[in-house]
Design a protein around this ligand. Sequence first.
Ligand code: FE2
Ligand code: FE2
Length: 181
Amino acid sequence: MSRVTMQDILNHEITQKFVKRSGLAHAVATAEYALKLSKVHRVNPDLAVKAAFLHDIGHYTWYRNGKWDYSLYKENDIHAIKGAERAHKLLIRLGEHPVNAKKIALAVLLHTDSYLPEGELHLDPLQNVVALADKCDEEPGGSHHYKQISDYDAFQRLGELDEQIEKALETDENAQSASVS
Ligand SMILES: [Fe+2]
Ligand SMILES: [Fe+2]
């Protein structure tokens, strides 16, 4: 089965509608951070980059009188829950393996604890990489959601990520088969 690429994900209508709502530039930057972090934390780069790119796909716009209303957001937001489901549906439609789609959806679900009344999350290494990557691109007042990127630049940068992921997966496979023989 051939790999579902980042460019396949970008081109899908679900991505075009919902990732753009919460900010395509933030999604691309978070995906780039996730690739770097996946090396440090030794997690699967393909899963980390996909989850990072899709982590905010569940956002809804909480506006009151034409302005973003943070209290309305804080009270009602379930973007991680909604995003996990949306990312899963998108990935399955694109032909992602269900085991991978589930891992990515869980990392999306757990990328923030902002929707939990209290308590803390215990993250596995993949989920931790995605949460860290999101924090790396965070800006005060949520302005990371409003950064701009052209469709062309997003496509190019995701294409570069695809190349690096494929290289990393290949190297990993070689390393594994070398240690077996
Ligand atoms: Fe988020
Ligand atoms: Fe985010």
